[in-house]
Write a protein that binds this ligand. Structure first.
Ligand SMILES: Cc1cc2nc3c(=O)[nH]c(=O)nc-3n(C[C@H](O)[C@H](O)[C@H](O)COP(=O)(O)O)c2cc1C
Length: 338
């Protein structure tokens, strides 16, 4: 038996590239099917609250963004405002008036206010659209959050930021009996929400696990051996594929989700909460097994896990030296190649 194994081993190793190629195709297909199942193209009949909400957010953003240009084009955005109004009326009828609704309405109010301030009469098509929104909704405090403001300033010196940023580190020694209180978790997320996202869609979720659920999730993760068991909480950072409307947005869940995760690490650090990002370089089986725990919705794509807790006294960390800047920064001279 042992000799048969020894004989087969080189063959097995030689077949590795082929096995990997097949796996790669299977994983791509898995991701393709998931994206296709959940993304919400413009032409889709949008019936669910999250589908419509995502469209309200992105169209509101398109209008709001236009107001922040150096030269604002008068009367811009007719197709967007028509679609926004259509979705707003539908949303309000189905789900009532919440922040998503008021933000959508706020795009109309801000657009109107801009034209008024510039002394430009709004177009007849716009007047017809805005007339369908109640004046009280246009004046609502949540609607008024939409618009523009002067560029905020800060007083932080670069070296102060560098000191804070460089003191964030992956921690692998936790006080197992000291979970991060709910209020602190909320404060961390409140900071991390300032993370930029495509069209400001903010499609993230942070699921905090403890106890058996945490152990089950960690058992499916490849990089927590030797320390994961001591982390009192583990977060699953996800992005909802429902926030995307174009095939070209296929990787946006990861870009925005990764940025959100970084913000969580920094916000946690600001609260003296220790973290260790944990890869979700998961096989098909691991991803499916995690879904079987029924902690996340099917439309959520896992970005990574994060161990949360408080560092043990006398905790040490890996030095993790960084590459020289010259290996990373490439400044092109501006001349383009033919
Ligand atoms: C997406 C991602 C996944 C990671 N996965 C793991 C992991 O599975 N296990 C682990 O011990 N560290 C993990 N890390 C932590 C890295 O090893 C660490 O960030 C890196 O070595 C730099 O060290 P620092 O975070 O202390 O600056 C991960 C980091 C990132 C950003």
């Amino acid at each position: 038996m042992a000799s048969l194994k020894a004989w087969l081993r080189p063959l097995w190793l030689r077949a590795t590239p082929l096995r990997n190629a097949v796996l790669l195709v299977r994983i791509y297909l898995y991701d393709y099917r998931r994206f296709r199942r959940h993304y919400v193209p413009a032409t889709a009949r949008k019936t669910q609250q999250d589908e419509l909400g995502a469209w309200l957010l992105q169209d509101k953003h398109r209008i709001e963004k236009g107001l922040s240009f150096a030269q604002v084009k008068p009367h811009y955005g007719q197709p967007i405002l028509e679609r926004l109004l259509h979705n707003l009326l539908h949303y309000q009828q189905q789900f009532g008036k919440d922040a998503y609704y008021y933000w959508g309405v706020g795009a109309f109010a801000a657009y109107q206010q801009h034209h008024q301030q510039q002394g430009i009469a709004t177009a007849a098509w716009f007047d017809q659209l805005i007339a369908q929104l109640p004046a009280a909704d246009l004046a609502h405090s949540t609607a008024r959050q939409v618009g523009t403001q002067a560029l905020p300033q800060h007083q932080l010196k670069p070296e102060q930021f560098a000191q804070f940023f460089n003191s964030r580190t992956s921690v692998r020694q936790f006080q197992a009996q000291q979970p991060v209180p709910q209020a602190v978790l909320e404060a961390i997320v409140a900071i991390a929400l300032k993370t930029p996202s495509v069209c400001n869609r903010q499609h993230w979720k942070l699921h905090i696990l403890s106890g058996a659920a945490k152990d089950q999730a960690l058992a499916l993760q490849n990089g927590n051996t030797g320390f994961g068991h001591d982390a009192p909480q583990v977060g699953i950072v996800t992005s909802s594929l429902r926030a995307f409307s174009l095939p070209a947005e296929r990787a946006q869940a990861y870009t925005d989700g990764g940025m959100f995760a970084m913000s969580l690490l920094l916000a946690a650090h600001a609260h003296q909460v220790a973290t260790c990002p944990l890869n979700w370089a998961a096989s098909l089986k691991q991803d499916l097994e995690l879904r079987k725990l029924q902690l996340i919705n099917d439309d959520e794509t896992v970005i990574m896990l994060i161990a949360f807790g408080y560092a043990s006294p006398n905790c040490v960390i890996a030095n993790s030296p960084r590459k020289p800047v010259a290996d990373i920064l490439i400044v092109h001279d501006g001349a383009s190649q033919p």
